[in-house]
Write a protein that binds this ligand. Structure first.
Ligand SMILES: *Cc1c(COP(=O)(O)O)cnc(C)c1O
Length: 356
């Protein structure tokens, strides 16, 4: 009889699944989701559109019209091509797979987005994390030294970074891009709707840069659609490792529809940016809380005891993320997603309880 432990990779056997807590009945402020639904008339119109979709057919593998629309609406430079992924998670996975030569490495600042390391590990790449400064700004000198030492295939820069919310200094980023002339630098702009700053207009100015975006944080986390913009020489190669029908027909139709109604999502993002400012001020006024500047739809907050804060909020039926065990620099830090005004008020009330 064959057992999994006889044939599976030892590192897979030793792993645990990506943890997603049960959020039933909770105010869900742990995963940077947009709290707002579509306005009912728009949702109904989308429903009609989706009813017309041919579910019996495979999706278009490279949906040209949708890609053209993304290029136009998102102002992708003319010299760039676009690759679609089932979320940016899948784009990260494709890049890892395509770069997984024996001994190849991936470098990213830490603490950062966990999928860079997880995806590297799945593909058999070595992940090297380079610590940020204590204030979560980029330690560009150390990062550059690590790039020179390890000669990585991929360097990830999340702009802004998750879970810290930091928007790295542009001059630092330029130095890193220049130092990584033998690597591909992936600038991850998942939070662009909240940062309102972007490297996308410059994506074709460099031979070694691609820019990754997603619809997830903009209010469409459920459809799973990410896109990667860069020179055709990169996009053509990554396209080869794309699973043939990776973006399903309902996602393609929804994205096509929503790109014509982006004003709705943009208005929601604007509301969330205003809520972020209000939340930041309210949390900063609480005893013992240190809030870090954030360009995302979330705030990183250091508290006296993160475990107690997490549990007290859960008792108040508010789910946040305790990131304190992710990295030593995050000791006693929690990450709060910016929700609706109501949700944020509930979170603040619960935080007051927890911190007094
Ligand atoms: C949330 C997030 C993503 C989005 O991943 P999707 O698979 O597109 O939902 C990508 N990068 C960072 C840094 C994120 O925080």
């Amino acid at each position: 009889m064959t057992r999994p432990q006889d044939i599976l990779r030892p590192d897979v056997l030793a792993m645990t699944c990506y943890p997603v807590p049960d959020s039933t009945g909770l105010v869900k402020l742990d995963a940077m989701e947009n709290p707002y639904r579509l306005p009912a008339p728009l949702a109904a119109e989308l429903g009609n559109r989706l009813a017309d979709v041919a579910l019996n057919r495979y999706p278009e593998p490279r949906p040209a019209a949708l890609i053209e629309k993304i290029k136009r609406v998102m102002q992708v430079p003319a010299a760039c091509e676009v690759l679609l992924g089932n979320g940016s998670d899948e784009l990260i996975s494709m890049m890892s797979t395509a770069c997984a030569k024996p001994g190849a490495k991936v470098i990213a600042p830490v603490p950062g987005f966990v999928m860079y390391a997880i995806s590297a590990k799945f593909a058999g790449l070595e992940f090297v994390g380079v610590p940020l400064n204590a204030d979560f700004t980029l330690d560009a000198d150390t990062l550059i030294a690590a790039i020179e030492m390890h000669d990585p295939a991929l360097v990830y820069l999340a702009y802004p970074n998750n879970p810290t919310g930091t928007l790295y200094d542009s001059a630092d980023m330029e130095r890193v891009i220049a130092a990584a002339s033998k690597s591909l630098v992936v600038i991850d702009e998942a939070y662009q709707p909240f940062a309102q700053q972007s490297w996308l207009p410059r994506a074709s100015d460099f031979d070694n840069v691609v820019v990754m975006r997603t619809m997830s944080k903009l209010g469409l986390a459920g459809i799973r659609l990410g896109y990667l913009a860069g020179k055709a020489s990169w996009i053509t190669e990554f396209d080869k490792v794309r699973p043939p029908y990776n973006v399903n027909v309902l996602t393609q139709a929804t994205a096509d529809f929503m790109l014509d109604h982006l004003d709705v999502l943009d208005a929601q993002a604007a509301e969330l940016r205003a809520e972020r400012t209000r939340l930041e001020q309210a949390v900063a006024a609480l005893p013992g809380a240190t809030v870090y500047p954030s360009a995302g739809n979330f705030l990183l907050v250091r508290v006296p005891d993160a475990a107690t804060v997490f549990e007290t909020l859960l008792t108040s039926r508010v789910l946040i993320k305790n990131v304190s065990k992710m990295h030593p620099l995050l000791a006693n830090c929690v990450r709060l997603t910016v929700g609706s005004a109501d949700e944020n008020a509930q979170m603040i009330a619960a935080l007051k309880l927890a911190l007094h």
